[in-house]
Write a protein that binds this ligand. Structure first.
Ligand code: COA
Length: 336
């Protein structure tokens, strides 16, 4: 049972930043490498193009997103207390990508760690970061979603290669004594019985990398798309509705749904269940595809910078991903 605690302070997002690589792969490109077509990809997924990082790793994108964030705030890297990197494509198993980001951005007083929750990674990291801030022990926490999905995509598998892209985005969490703003509630879940439907089988302790695992392409993403679609569409819609219910939010109280961008049809079904219109749904899947942990903060950054999100707006963030993992967060936007 996830209890709504009485808080003495909230954690608020006080700055945002993003980075997407320059190289674009559009749907036409995929027509030249696998048997597919633009019409199929667009109508089944909503994706038109995605970005690909040619040189560099997840930590490089994350560091660039942080640098972009620091341009917009007076907070200096050395003031950061903690760095949480949500990713399924860490630079290495260890050290954690958070350590590499810490060095790259010069956050010399920070501790940090990576968080692995696939497409729900940003939500899990945001709630974890918020708890650090609400505890009173930490004042400035960077929460980053960064994934170089191209490093684990099999570009001969049409079922998955069209879906994913690379990108990173970061938010800064700081305490807010005014409880009208910031992160107000979260509902987060895991269910390991979904492990066989979406995974990367090799390279871990269960199946260490070997010639055989590479020959069998087990170091790439595997997804049973149909099975995942079924549970994702229900899971994301239900959790988004549930968090509205438990916070007495009606459709008209929600300024934006900020959904994980895996498939436009899943997003549409979630909005429908919440009773909110399309103009109140943040979308960037057409430009970036599924960037896993980065989709939600990329949406937040782009919509805020376009002047579409205002201080006081109520946002429902929701996601579903491998694990299974899923969840929703209710927050009130705190930046002018
Ligand atoms: N181009 C053309 N045809 C393709 C294709 C492609 N890129 N990829 C798959 N197909 C084919 C399939 O082989 C299948 O052919 P078949 O019927 O002859 O076997 C047919 O299209 C339909 O496949 P299906 O899996 O039913 O398509 P779909 O409508 O479910 O869409 C996904 C596929 C992957 C887009 C969809 O299942 C999905 O989005 N799944 C969930 C993704 C998700 O949320 N992941 C969690 C977070 S990462």
């Amino acid at each position: 049972m996830q209890i709504k605690n009485k808080k003495i302070r909230n954690a608020s997002i006080t700055a945002v930043g993003m980075y997407v690589p320059e190289k674009i792969l559009d749907n036409k490109y995929f027509e030249s490498i696998v048997e597919t077509n633009d019409e199929w990809i667009t109508s089944r997924t909503g994706i038109r193009e995605r970005r690909i990082m040619e040189n560099g790793a997840t930590s490089d994108m994350a560091a660039k997103a942080c640098e972009d964030l620091f341009k917009t705030t007076n907070v200096k890297p050395e003031e950061i207390d903690a760095i949480i990197v949500a990713t399924v494509t860490p630079d290495m198993f260890f050290p954690a990508t958070a350590c590499l980001v810490q060095e790259k951005i010069g956050a010399k007083n920070a501790w940090g760690f990576d968080l692995s929750a696939a497409c729900s990674g940003f939500l899990f990291a945001l709630q974890t970061g918020a708890s650090l801030v609400e505890s009173g022990s930490y004042q400035k926490v960077l929460v980053i979603g960064s994934d170089k999905m191209s490093s684990i995509v099999d570009y001969t598998d049409r079922n998955t290669c069209i879906l994913f892209g690379d990108g990173a985005s970061a938010v800064l969490l700081e305490p807010s004594d005014d409880l009208n703003y910031g992160i107000k509630d979260s509902l987060l879940y895991v269910d390991g019985s979904g492990k066989n439907a979406l995974n990367m089988k090799a390279g871990g302790s269960a199946l260490p990398s070997s010639h055989e695992t590479v020959d069998q392409k087990l170091h790439y993403i595997y997804q049973d798309g149909k099975a995942v679609f079924k549970v994702a569409v229900k899971g994301m819609a239900d959790i988004s509705y549930e968090i509205m219910q438990r916070n007495d939010l009606k459709s008209e109280d929600v300024s934006y749904l900020v959904p994980h961008q895996a498939n436009l049809r899943i997003i549409d079904a979630t909005a429908q269940r919440m009773g909110i219109s399309k103009d109140k749904v943040m979308i960037n899947i057409d430009k970036y595809g599924n960037t896993t942990a980065a989709t939600i903060p990329l949406c937040l950054t782009e919509y805020y910078r376009a002047g579409k999100v205002k201080k006081g707006d109520n946002l429902i963030l929701s996601a579903f991903g491998a694990g299974y993992t899923w969840g929703a967060i209710y927050l009130t936007w705190a930046i002018d």
